[in-house]
Design a protein around this ligand. Structure first.
Ligand code: GLC
Length: 441
């Protein structure tokens, strides 16, 4: 792969981000009240997110008499953040409610409203760790919408055919992928790959690579005290293994895959294993899915001895812009969309993990996604990215990390030198202390 020089890529991405800010239409409302307002909400569009968001917003509009415009945003978390930052920096009232990533509260807090007065204690029914994550300088800047952790999807039928057990280490996964890929190709199944994941240089690669590294016992890039820990032998071993996947068990194209590209390959029957988020479960088992009924899901493999089954914590929250002209109505919409009924509907329809522990005991939710029970520890103990400790600098840390990992995956750099350089760059970035270091820049 020979990507265009960075500035061109950046400009292209920005252009795409703006192009993707397509207004998808106003939702109809019956008999508007005297003070009816029109809100706009930015929703994700990965998997069935947009459709579910529209349905939820429509239900609120019917109940409240207001109307809601849905704004679709880029699928890449990195591109979405860039778009939000542009809008918020310009104090734009264009979007009232933002769907924000679990790693963004520290970055965006200054532009978001404190929702505590509107939540009136409703936040206490959500996972405490997420509420704490969304609380910045005592302000509840977002309500938990859905949570996530990385998991491993596999083709049960293919493992059975080759008499291979579900892998529990990355090495076993690599070996199983090789054996099945080679066997199937010999049997004339063209285009089957062993493993797909998110390998594009963006936030998704930060998550994937942190999973590999932490599962090898190689730490979390920056530790809880703000110390940079990335240059270590276990991190190096994890990246060496991953580098060896490219072109062998993973297609070269994986270097440009985000979530949906990986899912496309897996769901069309062209991969044995896939790292993805729980939303892929309901789609892989959808009526029109070629792999329906053939898929299993487990915790991600561990790095072997001294390692652990690391799934990185993901998830999205709903926040109200302080530049909104309708803050009270926007907060009401947020409370509706994060309510128990709405989270239950989303969990059953599309396997979006609720942020309310009580829903993990709900029989209808568990029937739709049985792995919500079996993988509960994966969700409850998911490993956080170092976003709290690096505060407003998180995005710079994450970009530096994912770009370095991408260089290693493409083979342009070797893990040792790449990690040494990354450690140096991150130390420079954090030299004045993470939480203060963004001031004035
Ligand atoms: C998912 C996660 C989010 C993460 C993103 C990376 O959307 O929920 O937390 O940042 O993937 O691609």
């Amino acid at each position: 792969m020979n990507p265009a020089p960075r500035p061109v890529m950046q400009r292209l991405r920005a252009a795409c981000a703006w192009a993707a800010l397509a207004v998808l239409g106003s939702l109809a409302v019956w008999t508007p009240p005297a003070r009816a307002v029109e809100l706009s909400i930015s929703c994700g569009a990965v998997g069935r997110e947009l459709e579910l968001c529209k349905q939820g917003a429509e239900a609120w509009a019917q109940q409240s008499g207001h109307s809601v415009r849905i704004v679709s945003t880029p699928n890449s978390a990195t591109e979405r953040l860039a778009l939000y930052q542009q809008l918020l920096a310009g104090a734009s009232p264009e979007i009232d409610v933002y769907q924000i990533d679990v790693v963004w509260p520290g970055i965006l807090a200054r532009n978001l409203v404190d929702l505590a007065p509107y939540a009136k204690g409703a936040q206490d029914a959500h996972f405490r760790s997420i509420v704490a994550n969304n609380t910045v300088d005592g302000k509840l800047v977002a309500m938990p919408f859905y949570t996530d952790a990385g998991v491993l999807f596999y083709r049960q039928d293919l493992l059975d055919k080759y008499g291979i057990a579900v892998p529990t280490t990355w090495q076993q996964m690599t070996d199983a992928a090789k054996t099945i890929q080679a066997g199937e190709r010999r049997a004339g199944v063209d285009g089957l790959w062993g493993f797909v994941f998110q390998g594009r240089a963006y936030e998704g690669l930060t998550v994937n690579a942190l999973e590999w590294i932490d599962s090898f016992g190689g730490g979390r890039i920056v530790d809880g005290d703000g110390g940079v820990t990335i240059d270590n032998p276990r991190a190096k071993a994890a990246l060496s293994l991953a580098q060896g996947w490219i072109g062998k068990i993973a297609p070269e194209g994986v270097l440009n895959y985000a979530e949906e590209e990986a899912r496309g390959v897996f769901q069309s029957g062209h991969a044995v294993f896939m790292r993805n988020w729980p939303y892929a479960w309901s789609l892989a088992n959808g009526a029109d899915s070629p792999v329906r009924g053939k898929v299993g899901v487990v915790a991600l493999p561990s790095g072997g001895e001294g390692g652990r089954h690391t799934g990185v914590l993901g998830g999205w929250n709903l926040a109200v812009s302080r530049h909104s002209r309708h803050i009270a109505e926007a907060a009401d919409l947020v409370m509706y969309l994060t309510s128990a009924a709405e989270q239950k509907r989303r969990a059953i329809a599309a396997s979006y993990n609720p942020t309310r522990p009580a829903l993990y005991e709900d029989p209808e939710v568990l029937k739709a996604s049985p792995f919500f029970r079996t993988l509960y520890p994966t969700f409850a103990q998911a490993v956080a990215r170092p976003s709290r400790v690096t505060g407003r600098e998180y995005n710079r840390v994450s970009s530096a990390f994912s770009n370095s990992v991408h260089q290693v995956l493409t083979g342009r750099e070797q893990p040792g030198p790449a990690l040494a350089r990354l450690e140096h760059d991150l130390q420079r970035l954090g030299r004045r202390g993470w939480l203060r270091s963004d001031d004035g820049r």
